[in-house]
Each structure stands twice: as structure tokens, then as C-alpha cells.
Design a protein around this ligand. Structure first.
Ligand code: ATR
Length: 276
């Protein structure tokens, strides 16, 4: 036996609810690979020390989640183009030569989930409307623009936050008025709910969604057990709906491949293992 096996984990606070250990644990077992992936509950004040220590403990990399994504980006030695555009990292590789290499795979996970669930969707299918301008929305917006979406309409309850997002990372976006959501939804090929409305423990979904129709694909980016009110409303209007669970699974693929040397698959066995 060698002295070390490759270790990886997810660093966040709180971390108990993270499904990532189940995702990576399933893949390690399924492919018979040596290694382990663990939850690492690290408070904000301890993050820098933890990051410095992990490579010496046998860690080959880590995922990073709330509240450390921006700090991880700042502390990294190298950054991918996507992480740089977003100013936030979710996947770190500890490279013996380069140091901490930061990437952001949230947008990749979003696009892969959408393509898997709706293979007919393509960037040129028509306007995309994104609701919300928080951290999760940023990755999705950049990924959609990089995929080639020609018109992206952004609405946020707090307009100044949508405008700041546009000015910082996505000048191609059109910011529209939250009160005029109906117009923003009309004719959209894809509508993305990146707000916390309708999430478990979140505020109620209060937007008027009647402009969503049979030609629309509707997706939530955060996974909630059971259908969210947003997806239920969209489905009732004949839209095709895509839940956010697959985004979590697909965003995990690049990290697993880099740390453990095998490109993993997202399939029903994984879905059962993670939800069971
Ligand atoms: P994350 O980083 O996970 O996206 P966040 O930064 O807290 O989380 O963003 C939550 C999103 O949900 C924001 O777009 C927020 O709108 P504001 O920027 O106006 O706060 C949106 N949101 C939360 N509660 C809402 C509500 N009751 N009505 C409309 N939008 C809401």
C-alpha cells in the first residue's frame, strides 16, 4: 500500500447539508478508485489556514462553497478564465508545482444539466430570461453568454444589484424592471429562476408567470426536494421543466476527474445514491 491515497473534500460553513460527499463517494466506489472525499466544516476566519494545511495532509484538491468562494479565488496561485470572470471559485486543485489552481464549474454544471434534460435546447433557440442577481445567478449568466445566447434579459427585485452584475461581468445583458416581469418573460425560450423564491425555507414565489408557455423551458438552479412552485407553475402552462439537481451533479465532474483521474458519469445510479 502506498502511504497516501488522494483526498478531496468540500470546504464550507455550514457544511452538514452538502450532497457533494455522496456524489464523489458514489463515484469512488463505482470506479473502484483509491481515495476519499469528506465534508470540511471550516469557519470564515479559519479558511486561509485550512487552505494552506490541506496539501500537506494529502489533499489533492477541494470544492469550495459558501461562504468561501470569493476568498478561495483571491488566495489561489492560478485561476481559470471562468473563475477570473466570476471572481469566485468552487473547485480547487492543489498542484505540486503551480500551487492552488482555482476554477469555477457552476456554469458548466448548469449548461450540462440543461443539455442533458433538454437535448433540443441550443443557445440560438431564443431569448433567455434570468430572475435573480445573486452569486448563483452570476455563474449561470456568464455560462449562457459564453454558450452564445444572443439576448439575455436580467431581472432582480433590487435593480441596482442586476445593474452592478451587468457592469462587472456581463455587459451584454439587458436589465429589465422587476415590476415588468410579464414583458421580460414573453417570448423567452428559456427562463431561469436564480432567486430564492419558492425554495425550501425561502420566500414565496410572487411573480406573475402567465407569459410562460408551451414553447418555454423553465429551470430552477437550486435543488429542492419535490417540485418548486416556479416549476409547477411553468409546467401547468405547458412549459418543459428542468430541476436544479443535475446542476449539482454535473458541476462535480471536472473536479473528480482532476483529483482522481477518471471522467465520471451522471446517471440514474448516481441520482439514486445521492437522494437515497
Ligand atoms: P445566491 O448567492 O445563492 O444567489 P443571494 O445572493 O442571497 O443568494 O441571492 C438571492 C436572490 O433571490 C437575489 O436575486 C434576491 O433578490 P435581491 O437581490 O433583491 O435580494 C432574490 N430574492 C430573495 N428573496 C426575494 C423575494 N422575496 N422576492 C424577490 N426576489 C428575492
Amino acid at each position: 500500500m502506498s502511504d497516501t491515497v488522494p483526498l478531496a473534500g468540500v470546504i464550507g460553513w455550514p457544511i452538514g447539508h452538502s450532497l457533494s460527499p455522496k456524489v464523489h463517494g458514489h463515484w469512488l466506489a463505482r470506479y473502484g478508485l483509491a481515495g476519499a472525499y469528506v465534508p470540511l466544516g471550516v469557519r470564515e476566519a479559519d479558511f486561509e489556514g485550512a487552505l494552506a494545511a490541506l496539501p500537506n495532509l494529502g489533499f489533492v484538491g477541494a470544492n469550495v462553497t459558501m461562504p468561501h468562494k470569493e476568498r478561495a479565488f483571491v488566495l489561489a496561485d492560478e485561476r481559470s478564465a471562468m473563475a477570473t470572470r466570476l471572481g469566485a471559485a468552487n473547485t480547487l486543485v492543489f498542484d505540486p508545482d503551480k500551487g492552488v489552481v482555482a476554477d469555477n464549474t457552476d456554469g458548466f454544471g448548469f449548461i450540462e444539466n440543461l443539455r442533458e434534460a433538454q437535448p433540443g435546447w441550443h443557445a440560438g433557440a431564443g431569448p433567455v430570461t434570468v430572475l435573480g442577481a445573486g452569486g448563483a445567478a452570476r455563474a449561470v449568466i456568464v455560462a449562457l453568454l459564453e454558450a452564445g445566447v444572443p439576448e439575455l434579459r436580467l431581472l432582480n427585485r433590487t435593480a441596482s444589484r442586476a445593474e452592478a452584475l451587468r457592469d462587472e461581468i456581463a455587459p451584454e445583458v439587458t436589465v429589465l424592471d422587476w415590476a415588468g416581469a410579464e414583458d421580460a418573460l414573453a417570448g423567452a425560450a428559456l427562463v431561469v429562476n436564480a432567486t430564492s423564491m419558492g425554495m425550501a425555507g425561502g420566500p414565496e414565489m410572487t411573480l406573475d408567470l402567465h407569459e410562460i408557455g408551451p414553447g418555454t423551458i423553465a429551470t430552477d438552479i437550486v435543488y429542492a426536494r419535490g417540485e418548486t412552485p416556479f416549476l409547477s407553475a411553468a409546467k401547468a402552462r405547458g412549459a418543459r421543466v428542468v430541476d436544479g439537481f443535475g446542476m449539482l451533479l454535473h458541476q462535480a465532474r471536472p473536479g473528480f476527474e482532476r483529483w482522481f483521474g477518471r471522467a465520471p458519469e451522471v446517471d440514474d445510479a448516481l441520482r439514486r445514491a445521492v437522494l437515497g
